[in-house]
Design a protein around this ligand. Structure first.
Ligand code: FE
Length: 198
């Protein structure tokens, strides 16, 4: 079977990925089992649930919170979350008057170990262009209608620096377990396009 026949039923993106993989393999540029290994990690290890645990820990432990504010990379690693695209993580702390939101205007970077791979909308030209120019409107369209007195700060990810949003702990969650608190944190909350809801 030719390569064309074997990939003709695949979606365009999958075909392009296969073509790229074949070209790199032909030039011996892919180490053995690299694609399998990275796929395995992407599917099982890079997960927004990790970032949720980080936030929950920060909500219940003020000393951890301080460490997260001063060196998020090290604080996340304490909980076992580190690795590629997480070499320099910065936690952006929301306050009663400040809301943080993350974008990668160049492409689609997220802090993989704590946020997981980016959702499709995060990669769209529309989000990347508009959230910078009209953040309040974009957030409202995504279901987050912030009061006018809350300042919105947009953070543009770079190749080196990866962000995670540390939201305010919602009222009415006093005494909750870390697991229950972590359940309030979605990937959208960690990006800053949603707030934790009780
Ligand atoms: Fe990017």
């Amino acid at each position: 079977m030719t390569d064309h026949q074997s990939t003709s039923n695949m979606a365009p993106k999958a075909r392009r990925a296969r073509a790229l993989e074949t070209a790199l393999a032909d030039k011996n540029l892919i180490p053995e089992n690299y694609v399998e290994k990275i796929t395995q990690i992407a599917e099982h290890k890079w997960d927004a649930k990790n970032g949720a645990m980080v936030v929950a820990e920060a909500w219940v432990d003020s000393e951890f919170r301080e460490r997260l504010r001063t060196n998020a990379t090290a604080a996340c690693a304490e909980l076992g979350f580190s690795g590629p695209q997480g070499e320099y993580i910065v936690a952006l702390e929301n306050t009663a008057t400040l809301h943080n939101v993350i974008v990668c205007t160049l492409c689609s970077c997220t802090a993989w170990p704590v946020l997981g791979l980016p959702p499709d909308w995060y990669k769209s030209f529309e989000y990347r262009a508009r959230v910078v120019r009209e953040s309040r409107t974009v957030l409202r369209e995504m279901g987050l209608d912030l009061p006018a007195e809350i300042e919105i700060r947009v953070w543009d990810t770079t190749a080196e620096t990866r962000y995670m949003v540390l939201p305010c702990r919602p009222k009415g969650t006093e005494g909750w377990s870390k697991e229950a608190l972590a359940d309030l944190i979605t990937q959208n909350v960690l990006i800053g396009v949603a707030l934790p809801e009780v």
